[in-house]
Structures are given as structure tokens and as C-alpha cells.
Design a protein around this ligand. Sequence first.
Ligand code: NDP
Length: 326
Amino acid sequence: MQYRRLGSTGLQLSALSFGAWVTFGQQVGRKQARELLSLAWDRGINFFDNAETYNHGEAEQLMGDVLVDLRLPRDSYCVSSKVFFGAVEHPRPTQRGLSRKHVVEACHQALQRLRVDYLDLYFCHRPDPDTPVAETVAAMDLLVRQGKVLYWGTSEWPAAAIHEAHRVAREGGYAAPVAEQPQYNLLHRERVEVEYAPLYAAYGMGTTIWSPLASGLLSGKYDHGVPEDSRLAQPGYEWLREIALGEGGARAARVRGLRPLAAELGATPAQLAIAWCLANPQVSTVLLGASRREQLEQNLAVLDLLPHFDLALKQRIERVVEGGAG
Ligand code: NDP
């Protein structure tokens, strides 16, 4: 495993990390969750990502049970939660958002579900137009001072709101956000590469990027339709199916050329797509998702590909996805 600093912090995260969205509590039960976390741990993954909203708290509950079960030393891994959407299916106004009340209560609830005394990372899952940024920054600072949160960050905040959070933190002497958690993959690049470009140097922010495979699309598994047991066939995720495949399957068509290119290198399309994310130095860690062991094994093997990953290969991959010849 490779380890990278989270932005300018001293926190060393594994370059590949592991998250629970969709899978834990829906596709993956206790036995499989144990198998996946255990495999991740054995291969050097030290960051497990979660959120209050994932399967309405069940994903955190499951992860907490497994972390206790595996008896991993608490100082050897990092675990996160995210606050905004709420943990219950139909949240009341105080059960969601980024008010001081919900940020603090959601943290306490996540600690209970995950069965830990503190969160290593706590993210604001989206910006909240109904709460002043200053209130949220102060709430995060409170949790940091109480030792319940070690580092905090944002997820999918517009750059302007992140600038504002840093201004408030600087002026008030508060703990500032140290990381963003944005979507980043071959089909979704703009925010990480363009919008956030000024933030890295200005604030030393790191990134814990999500959906490196665009929900599995970049593995090529949707090249010939939607397999029954796949994410895009899950009940409740019809909205995601439309976004992931694109109108008339346009996004699915864009990734088909990855397979021959991957074959040429003795790799899989998923490995190429993940290696491409890792090649961006602003990426602190690539959050992997997996519904089964073989997927995680395959994705972890991307580390063997990295020594062969140079600028020419990066550009070939980009040309293929942009519709040109590889
Ligand atoms: P990916 O884009 O990598 O999608 C993972 C899914 O793709 C797996 O669950 C599996 O789905 C399929 N898959 C993975 N590897 C392979 C493979 N080698 N071959 C074939 N299929 C494969 O990542 P996620 O979308 O899961 O995002 C990763 C993590 O990021 C999440 O778990 C979560 O922690 C975080 N996240 C954060 C968000 C935010 O707003 N901050 C939003 C979304 C995610 P299946 O087998 O079911 O088809």
C-alpha cells in the first residue's frame, strides 16, 4: 500500500480507502462486511468511510459491529462519518442539515453506531443553504475541541463556500476544514481539476475522492446491459441508473473503449480507471466501493499498475473516454 498525507495535515491515509455507500446494509450483510473490511485492512487500507445517511444509519451500525469484531487497534485506522441528509427516512427539520444542533447530535449518533470514541474525519455531506457557514464552522470547532472529531471537511461544497469557511475559521480562531470529498473519475473531472484548483495551495486541502468507477460503469460491467445483481439494478437507486448510464446510454458508450486498452496492458478497465485517479497528485485517497471480495481484490491490484502509469498512458485513457482513438 502507498500512504499519502491528507493535504497539509500530518494524517497519513492509505492511497486506496474503502467506503460503505449502497453496499453496507443493502447488498452486503455482516459476514461479507467482515470479509471486506478484513481484506482491506490486511492489504494496508487504513481509512473506512461512512455517513449518517447510508442505509439510514445501518451502514455505520454494520461497520461498527465489524470493527469491534475484528478488534482492530483503534490507533491504526481512521473512520469517518458525514452529516447533512439525516439518518432517518423522513427527517424532521432538526434531524438534517448543518445547524449546530444537528451537526453535534449526528456526531454523537455516529459515534454510537460506529462504536468509537471519536471520528477521525467528519464531513459536511453537502452545503446547507439554511445555515450560516459560520454556525457550522463553530460547531465543527466545538467537536474538535471536545476530542470527538480529529479533522473535519466538506463534501461537494462550491469553492466559494469553502473559501468562506476558511475565512470564518481564520478570523474566529476555529479549526478549519482540511479536506473535500468530491466525486472524481474519468467522466467527472471539472470540480476537482478546475473549480478546486485554487484551494489546494491556498489552504493545503486534501481530497478523499468518491465513485472512482462512476458507480461501477468504468469497470465495463454495464457494456452489455445492467446485470441483475449490480448497483444500478438495486431497488431505490433508479435515479442513479439514469445518471450513471446517461441519456440513451451515452455515458456507457463513452467507456467501452477502455476494455481493449486495458487488455493491452494486462489490466482491467476498473484498474485503469482507478490508476488514473491515483495519478492526480491532488488526490489524497481514492475511496473504493465493493459488493464482493473479488472486486476489492481486483481494485487493490491497481497498485501493481502504478509503476507503468505515465503521462502518455494517462492521455491515451483520456482520449479513449473523450471519444477519440487510444
Ligand atoms: P465506485 O464508483 O468504485 O463504485 C463501486 C461499485 O462498483 C461497487 O459497489 C460495485 O458495485 C462496482 N464495482 C467495484 N469494483 C468493481 C470491479 N472491479 N468490477 C466490477 N464492478 C465493480 O465507488 P462508490 O460509488 O462506491 O464510492 C466509493 C465510496 O465513496 C462510497 O462507498 C462512499 O464511502 C463514498 N461516497 C461519497 C459520496 C459523497 O457524497 N461524499 C457519494 C458517493 C460515495 P456492484 O457490484 O453493486 O455493481
